[in-house]
Design a protein around this ligand. Structure first.
Ligand SMILES: N[C@@H](CCC(=O)N[C@@H](CS)C(=O)NCC(=O)O)C(=O)O
Length: 210
């Protein structure tokens, strides 16, 4: 049984989608980041970086922050959604680090400057939107020869990237400009576990469709 501390944001949704995919039992503890609940002293004991998501595994008492680590932990615990051969494991690290270091942080800046701060800082908006578009081109190329980021098999890398692409509307990105990303997105959006995980914690945000 996993305790999941989360909110309906891209990083939070990675973990709820993963838990739904592997059918692992979990209890949701909503942390309303807009109300500052991530700064609560009790939350900081398990999430010292003031951010969701965080999990606690009741089987062994382990608490983990950082979505990339949480996804790997759950893949290992369930024996699902991660390659087990040496080359496959390194390619998984490569693309997971790309998500954690580029997709998330840069598209997060696009949300900050292009959506929330629209018109306030043109230089920052342009810089991050250009970098965001470059990242979409990298993803489009990787998905041009591959059904999923790691090839033929759906994995935690796809789960890590999906909720970020799932804000293409906020990013003013037209998915029709990235046809391989669009095909990949529509395929994953259709998975029942992904639809369930998107709704955690309960929210009425529709999954945008290109
Ligand atoms: N590198 C972290 C980033 C987590 C993160 O940025 N979480 C956001 C929501 S998507 C958050 O909790 N923000 C609250 C805050 O910054 O105060 C991860 O991947 O888990």
């Amino acid at each position: 049984m996993i305790d999941l501390y989360t909110w309906f944001t891209p990083n939070g949704r990675k973990v709820s989608i993963m838990l739904e995919e592997i059918s692992m039992e979990y209890e949701v503890h909503p942390i309303a980041i807009g109300n500052g609940e991530q700064n609560d002293p009790d939350f900081l004991k398990i999430g010292p970086n003031n951010k969701i998501p965080v999990i606690v595994d009741r089987d062994n008492g382990l608490s983990l922050m950082e979505s990339g680590v949480i996804l790997q932990y759950l893949a290992e615990k369930s024996g699902q959604l991660a390659p087990t051969d040496e080359v496959g494991r390194w390619k998984m690290q490569e693309w997971l680090m790309f998500q954690m270091a580029s997709v998330g942080p840069m598209l997060g800046q696009v949300h900050t400057f292009v959506r929330y701060g629209e018109g306030k800082n043109e230089e920052a908006s342009e810089r991050y939107l250009n970098e965001g578009k470059r990242i979409y081109r990298v993803m489009d190329k990787q998905l041009s020869d591959n059904a999923y980021f790691l090839g033929d098999d759906y994995s935690i890398v796809d789960i890590a990237v999906f909720p970020w692409v799932g804000r293409f509307d906020w990013q003013t990105i037209d998915l029709n400009d990235y046809e391989n990303v669009k095909r990949w997105y529509l395929n994953i959006a259709d998975r029942p576990a992904v639809k369930r995980g998107w709704k955690v914690p309960e929210n009425d945000q529709p999954m945008p469709m290109p």
